[in-house]
Design a protein. Structure first.
Length: 188
C-alpha cells in the first residue's frame, strides 16, 4: 500500500465547529504517505430508509458517500456530543455505510473516533456510541485510539486546535495509529 487514505467524517455541520477544526488539524498533521480527506456532503444524505436503498435506486448523495468510503483504507470520525449521544448526521452516515448488511463499506477497515465537546468529558458518551454503532456496521474499531477534548468552547475560544501543542501532539499520534492499522492485513 503506497498511500493510506483516511476518510474523516465530522458529526457537526456548524460552520464554526470545533470538531471540523480538529479534523482540519488532522489533515495538516498527516505524515508522508497518509492522506486524510474530510468528507463533504453528510448533510445531503437522506435519513437511511430501506425503501430508498434498492438495487434500482440509491440516492446520488448516498452513492457518492459509499464510493468515497469504498476508496478509503480507514476512517476517522470526529464526534461532538448532542444531548449525551451521537449526532444524527454521523449516525446516519454509519447507517448508510452498514448496508448491504455484512458487506458495507466499513467492513474490516480500521476506524477510530475522536472529538471535542463543550462538557467536562469531551463527548465521551457520543464517541462510545459511535464506536459501538460503527463496530456493529462491521468496522474494525480501534477502541484504544481515543482523544476526547473537554470544554471546547473555552479551550478553542481564542485559537484553532492546530495551534494547541498538546492537542496536535495527541492528534498526530491518533492519525499515525489509524494509518498503521490500515497497513495491517485484514483478518479473515
Amino acid at each position: 500500500m503506497s498511500t493510506v487514505r483516511i476518510l474523516a467524517l465530522v458529526g457537526s455541520l456548524r460552520a464554526g465547529s470545533h470538531n471540523r477544526q480538529l479534523a482540519e488539524a488532522a489533515v495538516a498533521l498527516a505524515p508522508e504517505g497518509v492522506e486524510i480527506e474530510i468528507y463533504e456532503g453528510l448533510a445531503d444524505i437522506p435519513f437511511y430508509n430501506e425503501d430508498i436503498d434498492t438495487p434500482s435506486g440509491v440516492p446520488a448523495s448516498a452513492v457518492r458517500f459509499r464510493d468515497a468510503a469504498e476508496r478509503s483504507d480507514a476512517f476517522l470520525l470526529f464526534s461532538p456530543e448532542y444531548n449525551g449521544t451521537i449526532p444524527a448526521v454521523l449516525k446516519n452516515a454509519i447507517d448508510w455505510a452498514s448496508r448491504p448488511m455484512g458487506s458495507g463499506v466499513f467492513v474490516g477497515k480500521p476506524l477510530a473516533v475522536v472529538g471535542t465537546a463543550y462538557g467536562q468529558y469531551g463527548g465521551v458518551w457520543a464517541q462510545d456510541e459511535a464506536r459501538k454503532s460503527a463496530g456493529i456496521a462491521g468496522a474494525a474499531v480501534l477502541a484504544d485510539v481515543q482523544l476526547s477534548v473537554a470544554e471546547s468552547v473555552i479551550r478553542f475560544a481564542e485559537r484553532h486546535p492546530s495551534q494547541d501543542a498538546e492537542i496536535t501532539e495527541k492528534l498526530a499520534v491518533v492519525v499515525q495509529q489509524v494509518a498503521d492499522a490500515a497497513k495491517q492485513p485484514v483478518a479473515a
